[in-house]
Design a protein around this ligand. Structure first.
Ligand code: ASN
Ligand code: ZN
Length: 327
């Protein structure tokens, strides 16, 4: 009788376990179903009202309009890097829709994240071909990933958009912009050009791109554009009021620190250097972090992930040290 009682208890335990397993499977299925991207592309039809008119939803076929299809594919590739490599589910990590508006304004030479969505101008496509400086802004995948990463930063570190925190905000956007590009093109750190916005400028301009992470300050030099103002070292940091205290200028410094660390680690930059930077952005930085703080935290994350004194951690230290940020 005692044995029968034990059997009954065990059967009950099994039933409980089966129930638990069924619940786990269901939760996993629900999560897997939830972890899909939801892209929505709109056109502003050359106006400036957002989001405008919906022209392509998730799963819809290509439209044949380059800007629409690039916004769709580019936001997809960016979602995929964050999801497949870092386990992040969209911009807010809660699966928010990826909303893009193209054909924004007339002669609009920029792209931006407005706190809710991405927006892209058509560049100088309104001008005669020989007078154009900028192509449409969706032409470069790293620009799309740059804008979407502004969203990730907003939901994570929340870096304020001025002075060093603002330059870090810009730099994280360039870092993940470059990584999405490199991943799509199967390029190692050594093979990559580390340019942001390659292809953005027309042939009328003496420019390789809008920024160079490898050699900040060398991306362009043209009478109509001026010269790339980015510093590559703390000795040359910009401290004036323009550009919100140089957010697109001083980003050259942390950009180059990342480039040096990634090159020194070797292989695909998104796998190790990118993971260190991602976890730092997600978990370690506050809204007013400066370069020194970013350096400190990336070193701590590198130690967590790869070990104190690991080659990876040494590479991160070398990156910051070569741009004049001592840790
Ligand atoms: N393209 C610029 C950027 O994303 C727009 C801006 O200044 N916010 O950084
Ligand atoms: Zn930006």
């Amino acid at each position: 009788q005692e044995r029968a009682r034990q059997e009954l208890i065990r059967a009950g335990q099994f039933r409980g376990q089966r129930q638990q397993i069924a619940e786990l499977v269901e939760r996993h299925r629900a999560q897997a179903a939830a972890a899909t991207k939801q892209r929505l592309v709109y056109t502003a039809d050359q106006n400036t009202t957002l989001p405008g008119r919906k022209v392509r939803g998730e799963g819809d076929p290509a439209t044949g309009d380059a800007a629409i299809d690039e916004a769709y594919d580019g936001s997809g590739a960016t979602y995929d890097l964050y999801q497949e490599i870092y386990g992040r589910h969209s911009i807010d990590n809660q699966g928010m829709d990826l909303i893009s508006t193209v054909h924004y304004g007339v002669g609009y030479d920029n792209a931006f994240w407005n706190g809710e969505q991405m927006t892209y101008g058509d560049g100088d496509e309104d001008l005669p071909e020989d007078e154009r400086l900028f192509n449409r802004f969706t032409i470069a995948l790293d620009i799309i990933a740059h804008e979407m990463t502004h969203g990730v930063t907003q939901f994570e570190a929340g870096l304020v958009y001025r002075n060093q925190p603002g330059a870090l905000n810009e730099s994280f956007s360039d870092v993940f912009g470059a990584l999405v590009n490199q991943r799509v093109n199967h390029q190692t750190a050594k093979e990559a050009d580390w340019l942001i916005g390659a292809g953005l400028f027309t042939q009328n301009v003496n420019a390789k791109g809008i920024r160079s992470m490898k050699a900040p300050g060398t991306a362009y030099d043209d009478p109509r554009l001026g010269r790339d103002p980015q510093p590559a070292h703390m000795d040359d940091i910009y401290t004036g009021p323009d550009d919100n205290g140089g957010v697109h200028i001083n980003s050259g410094i942390p950009n180059r620190a990342f480039y040096i660390a990634a090159l020194d680690i070797g292989g695909y930059a998104w796998e190790k250097a990118g993971r260190i930077w991602y976890i730092t952005l997600r978990d370690k930085l506050g809204q007013t972090a400066d370069f020194q703080e970013a350096a400190r935290q990336t070193l701590l994350v590198a130690a967590d992930l790869f070990g104190q004194g690991s080659l990876e951690q040494q590479a991160v230290r070398k990156g910051w040290s070569e741009v004049g940020v001592g840790v």
